[in-house]
Write a protein that binds this ligand. Sequence first.
Ligand code: CTP
Ligand code: MG
Length: 227
Amino acid sequence: MRSALVVPAAGRGDRLGASRPKALVPLAGEPLLVHALRRAAASGVLDVVVVVAPAGACEEVRDVLAGLPLPDLRVVPGGAERQDSVRLGVAALPDDVDVVLVHDAARCLAPPALFELVVRTVRAGHPAVVPVLPVSDTVKRVAGDVVVETVDRSELVAVQTPQGFACAPLRAAHAAAGAATPATDDAGMLEALGHPVRTVPGDDRAFKVTRPLDLLLAGALLAAAAP
Ligand code: CTP
Ligand code: MG
């Protein structure tokens, strides 16, 4: 059986405010998507890659990825919400896949070792695996502009991608999920079906490029050769 990676890359990137879909925005001369997939490929643990491309950009995505060592690459167009895009990517997986990682193109500096750790943890018998980091800010619950309470931070973590899954429950979760409340992560869909979700240590470099400041940070990390 093979391990696969589904990369939702079809978002517009409204908060980044670039003139291109975020996955195709250049960072040090290459699209974010290329940085993300170079690191995924370097993990050596992924046999199949499905990229979920921005509408009308499937050919461009194939072109920019042509130089990377991705032996079984499939490119499909995305949907309106991230959850739709992941569902379309999962639907494009071949039948002989038993482990699936889902990874945001926008987390373009997630290191190869993190992909390897997540695949290994799924293969160790955990059907849903998420990388997590402690929350560094104090977190409060609010109602409008009034603080209701301070949440106990020691119980909270921030969740990253790549998230890893046994293929069957991930397919089932997407089949069961309604469009009414799209999930912001994939593990949440398995949680809703009662599956246990296992954490592994995340990595600072797996931060998501969301706003312009994040792109500056990513550029600075590359310039410092940190990733
Ligand atoms: N994504 C996707 N399809 C969508 C929306 C998002 O494939 N309809 C992908 C994005 O391309 C990104 C990942 O999901 O790699 C995480 O989403 P986010 O950071 O929110 O990206 P965008 O939706 O592009 O950004 P914004 O919300 O600022 O528009
Ligand atoms: Mg979004």
